[in-house]
Design a protein around this ligand. Structure first.
Ligand SMILES: Cc1ncc(COP(=O)(O)O)c(C=O)c1O
Length: 393
């Protein structure tokens, strides 16, 4: 059996999205900036997508700027807001569990003279609004907290943090790349100034995303060029990608609630099936978590070995045990929730989507059990290490 269980990494393009995009990859090739009919129809398709992307989060269409994905949107929000606000102050508040698109951008901003406070999270991965409040100073020009974590699935208290930001009149950004299209988000209720999203996490194509920028937000242009996106992001629009993102957002507007219910039920059955493995534990919040995210640590075995063994059984999963740079350190997220290295090394993330089935979940459960047994049987250290778990309880 083949089971794709890495929907937090990327999702398969849906039929609806594929069919919507096709004409724009071939027959309908106009440049949206051109004033003749073929250009105008491309422009109309882009504007139609903008309406769909905006309406899913209660934004106005003109508040949506199309980008090349989540990483660009995060770069734009952070650098654009920091530079627009630098005469007021230099302090930025964010968290230790952000995606590298955020953390590496923040590191770069530090080198440019900004000061960054990265807040801790609790053992479930939750950011405390009180910590945000305490970190605010007269010098703070931006607060940024992700809507939901990509590794452990924890959903953050964005509305509460938004209230704090609004009370202090500080711009508030959220990286909603994992959350958009999966859980309800409302930019007004959450007092957001900017929000990042990316199509390939909601069954759209890769390399296209958007940044919501609230009307009136002070933000510097990130990508200079022609006057596209009302001067906010230069470059001929990726029309097919934008149409794909629009269709993906539209499909979410139709099916998000029912999909979330079904995927949550699959996820909970998967979690219940895996936790009987001795010395295994769920990472992330038990209930405040993304519908599709089931992430674990299984002690005594190593995350990359788990992923490769699962692959040999036809299961596509991922691990936060080692980061993509080839480092042997467990991920910053698993460290931030306080897991000891010996536990964090056995991390595996299974992330489901609406296309996954009950039969696939059954297979995933048996494949993970088999993987844990096989790898432990081969591990020279497993018997010695088993009690380590209890030490850290
Ligand atoms: C939370 C989060 N932010 C940002 C990104 C980057 O998005 P993209 O792959 O569209 O650049 C990802 C992708 O995994 C993500 O999960």
């Amino acid at each position: 059996m083949f089971v794709y269980a890495d929907n937090a990494a990327t999702t398969p393009v849906s039929d609806a999205v594929f069919n919507a995009m096709l004409p724009w990859l071939h027959d309908r090739y106009g440049n949206p900036s051109a004033i003749y009919s073929v250009g105008r129809e491309a422009k109309a398709a882009v504007e139609d997508a903008r309406v769909k992307v905006a309406s899913l989060i209660g934004a106005r269409p003109e508040e949506i700027v199309f980008t090349a994905g989540g990483s660009e949107s995060d770069n734009y929000a952070l650098k654009g807001t920091a530079y627009a606000g630098r005469k007021k102050g230099r302090h930025i508040i964010s968290t230790k569990i952000e995606h590298h698109a955020m953390l590496h951008t923040l590191e770069w901003l530090e080198k440019q003279g900004f000061e960054v406070t990265l807040l801790d999270v609790d053992s479930d991965g939750l950011v405390s609004p009180d910590d945000v409040k305490r970190a605010v100073s007269d010098n703070t020009i931006l607060i940024s907290v992700m809507a939901a974590n990509n590794e452990i699935g924890t959903i953050e208290p964005i509305a509460e943090i938004g209230e704090i930001a609004a009370a202090h009149k500080i711009p508030f950004h959220t990286d909603a790349v994992q959350a958009y299209g999966h859980i309800p988000l409302n930019v007004r209720e959450m007092n957001l100034s900017t929000l990042s999203l990316s199509a390939h996490k909601l069954r759209g194509p890769k390399g296209i995303g958007a940044l919501y920028i609230k009307n009136g937000t002070h933000i510097d242009t990130f990508l200079h060029g022609g006057g596209q996106e009302r001067g906010r992001r230069g470059g001929t629009e990726n029309v097919a990608g934008i149409v794909g993102l629009g269709e993906a957002a539209y499909q979410c507007s139709l099916h998000m609630a029912e999909d979330a219910k079904r995927v949550t039920a699959l996820r909970d059955r998967l979690i219940a099936g895996i936790l009987p493995i001795p010395y295994s534990r769920l990472t992330g919040h038990p209930t405040r978590r993304l519908p599709g995210n089931a992430s674990f640590c299984i002690e005594g075995i190593e995350g990359e070995a788990i992923v490769l063994t699962l692959d040999s059984l036809g299961v596509m999963a991922s691990s936060g045990s080692a980061c993509s740079s080839g480092s042997l350190d467990p991920s910053h997220v698993l460290m931030a929730i306080g897991l000891p290295h010996v536990v964090a090394h056995g991390s595996v993330r299974l992330s489901l989507g609406p296309q996954n089935t009950d039969a696939e979940v059954d297979y995933l459960i048996s494949a993970v059990h088999k993987t844990a047994e096989d790898l432990r049987a081969k591990s020279p250290v497993w018997e010695n290490n088993a009690p380590m778990w209890a030490k850290f309880e």
